[in-house]
Design a protein around this ligand. Structure first.
Ligand SMILES: Cc1cc2nc3c(=O)[nH]c(=O)nc-3n(C[C@H](O)[C@H](O)[C@H](O)COP(=O)(O)OP(=O)(O)OC[C@H]3O[C@@H](n4cnc5c(N)ncnc54)[C@H](O)[C@@H]3O)c2cc1C
Length: 380
């Protein structure tokens, strides 16, 4: 029977980042992806990378991820196409203004000194298409930006292979084998593998993979759309990622066009990834108010993918106490691309020497049973 020190279930950006960090630490790792690498949520995402979160651990995790993306080519051997154009949060509700003023203080305390409060007029200098009529204030962080999910995923996968990781596409994990409350292996569409450690990196399917091990992993899939316009010089390539916080409408430059999207907060959980063209109309109505010029742009393409959402909009990271050898790196609630570099590093450190450089125990699986969850509020 084939054996591995660690089996990773899922070859999105998170599984690939983790495979790389484990292989770098001489762990014998086998990554199993039932379709193609990056074919899940990773292949659908907007590439946004930001540090402006409401939860301190998320801010620290993202500070680390940004440093890693800045040095990605040196470390991994290919560019991440990380363009630090900044992220701007546009605030129109008095409560949000109060809250973000406190957040700016917290960000400074944890070392995110470059994040700052911005007046509506300054915001319009940064983003000339912005309508600031009802804007009360903004926050801006110039080291946030946009990177390439395809390049980061392929880069980590190639580097992991060079370091000896086995990466198999077209192989589905169909069961997690358990004996005496610990993992002993996995059954797959291509045979059995003996292992003492399984990582659930299955993105929106993390709940299903949990059930294979008899666990209730609270990750639900939600459809999210992306629309991309034709060439649109009014939003040049240096424009920051712009988020209208009250509506969740956002846009950023994409090639010579603009990429925009918004969450449909009414839509129930499902695995549906068909484009709902009625939702384009709703999104354009919001765009017409916040950035009126965008309404005039022609549409080049659209697609939908899945967020992988937990009850508190935060990831589930680390070992699951009730089942020895079962680890989670899932539930990123729409932030998994930006978190992947730091999550891969921290979890590999935790597994190999028990001393991660960042304490992510706040994101343990056991918090759901304990209750008293404090949700991440800066979710787009
Ligand atoms: C429209 C949209 C926009 C987004 N924008 C951003 C953004 O700007 N910034 C950001 O950080 N995040 C963004 N996200 C979220 C981000 O895409 C995800 O958080 C991230 O890709 C999760 O990566 P992953 O590797 O955990 O999951 P995935 O990429 O979904 O990978 C999981 C993999 O597991 C495989 N799998 C599942 N079950 C099995 C099994 N039984 N056996 C073997 N393989 C299995 C699947 O085939 C899949 O390839 C966005 C998401 C969407 C949908």
């Amino acid at each position: 029977m084939e054996t591995a020190d660690v089996v990773i279930v899922g070859g999105g950006v998170v599984g690939c980042a983790l495979a790389y960090q484990l292989a770098k630490r001489n762990v014998d790792v086998l990554l199993l992806e039932r379709a193609a690498l990056g074919s899940g949520s990773t292949g659908k995402n907007a590439g946004g990378v930001r540090q402006q979160f409401s939860n301190e651990t998320n801010v620290r995790l993202q500070r680390l991820a940004v440093r890693m993306l800045e040095n990605f080519e040196e470390e991994v051997g290919v560019p991440a196409d990380f363009r630090q154009v900044g992220y701007i949060f546009v605030l129109t509700r008095p409560n949000d203004v109060e809250e973000f003023k406190l957040l700016v203080e917290m960000w400074h305390q944890v070392g995110l000194e470059e994040a700052r409060w911005t007046t509506p007029e300054e915001a319009r200098e940064l983003v000339p298409v912005l309508n600031i009529d009802d804007v009360l204030g903004c926050t801006f962080c110039p080291t946030d930006g946009i990177a390439s999910p395809a390049d980061v995923t392929a880069g980590y996968a190639a580097a992991a292979k060079r370091l000896g990781a086995r990466i198999r596409e077209g192989v589905a994990v169909t069961a997690v084998d358990v004996a005496g409350a610990r993992v002993t292996g996995v059954s797959t569409s291509a045979g059995e593998v003996a292992t003492r450690v399984v990582f659930n990196c299955a993105g929106p399917w993390a709940g299903e993979v949990g059930r294979l091990a008899g666990l209730d992993i609270p990750v639900l899939p939600y459809r999210r759309h992306i629309f991309v316009t034709d060439s649109f010089p009014e939003v040049p390539r240096t424009t920051p990622m712009t988020v209208d916080f009250a509506t969740s409408f956002y846009f950023h430059p994409e090639g010579d066009g603009v990429l925009f999207g918004m969450s449909d907060r009414e839509e129930p959980s499902s695995f549906n990834t068909e484009v709902n063209w009625d939702f384009l109309e709703k999104t354009v109505q919001v765009a017409a108010h916040r950035a009126p010029a965008i309404e005039l742009a022609g549409l080049r393409t659209a697609w939908a993918g899945l967020y992988e959402t937990t009850p508190d909009n935060q990831a589930i990271l680390g070992p699951v106490e009730q089942l020895g050898g079962f680890w989670c790196a899932c539930g990123f609630s729409g932030h998994g691309f930006m978190q992947a570099p730091a999550v891969g590093l921290v979890l590999a450190e935790q597994l190999v020497d028990g001393r991660p450089e960042l304490d992510v125990s706040a994101f343990c699986y056991e918090r759901f049973a304990r209750g008293g969850l404090v949700a991440e509020r800066n979710v787009i």
